[in-house]
Ligand binder design. Sequence first.
Ligand SMILES: Cc1ncc(C[n+]2csc(CCOP(=O)(O)OP(=O)(O)O)c2C)c(N)n1
Ligand SMILES: [Mg+2]
Length: 300
Amino acid sequence: MQTKSLWGLGDDLRRSILRHMLIARGVDEEARQLQKQGALDLWLSCQGQEAAQVGSAIAVGPEATIFPSYREHAVALTRGVTGDELLAQWAGRTFCGWNPQDRRFFPYTLVFAAQTLHGVGYSIGRRLQGLDDLVVVYVGDGATSEGDMSEAMNLAAVESASVLFICQNNGWAISKPAAEQMLTTVADRARGFGIESALIPGDDPELVHRECVRAADHIRNRRSPYLIEIQVGRIHGHSTSDAQEVYRGEDDIARATAADPVVAYTGRLTEQGVVDDEWLLCVESEVRDIREQLMKRYAS
Ligand SMILES: Cc1ncc(C[n+]2csc(CCOP(=O)(O)OP(=O)(O)O)c2C)c(N)n1
Ligand SMILES: [Mg+2]
């Protein structure tokens, strides 16, 4: 029997969301292990942010062009970038492992916040050419302190650009806590630029999905930008080079780990009978195959 979630999502979509979250978790964990073995130069884990990333990526649909920061692995994988393509850059094998045009997913931007202006400019250019101009820009809380972000929000507002800014606020810019970076929320700041916004929790992919569908509708119908600030938990350090225990309290790390959205969503769909052991074993085996392929390709 087909059941519906609180937000009206059907079982197939809910299973697809969970599958993407589990694949993202597996690829991320494999990359962390490979980095420890020296096979990758660096890895910035997205563990704890899968609900925000998969929920939003599916909600905006395949036509939207995505401008990521450097931690949107779950978005990339949901968009069809393979684990191999994703890891290649971090192994120093390429500047970008995928074709940004084909995937409508631009290269990672290590100069943080630069992608905000690239995204707004791209959307304006697409509109001038009469093409689908919906652009999604992912940005971290720390990057919103850059001048580029303010310029991008202002430009998007005055040009009525079709841009959805998604700020994943994990509470940290490396070791700098969000409370020391800003005195308002990012969502409030957007309103100061004339951009409508929402501040939402990032532990439930279905809620994120619903808010992003609404935001994309708003952008398409009103031809004006929108910003969603998603509160997420960071389970691991900023990167594999970062010892978060030095500056982050044990309780904060424990809270993020306990709130793990992948564990929570797996439990929820199991309890509701949307997935069963057979389905979970099947996805587990798919994830194991992906991890084995990555290990063979990178650990040698
Ligand atoms: C322009 C620029 N300044 C400084 C850095 C160094 N740096 C890399 S990540 C980072 C913090 C980013 O924090 P946030 O935007 O919150 O993203 P998160 O890593 O938490 O996802 C900094 C300062 C950089 N990459 N680019
Ligand atoms: Mg951050």
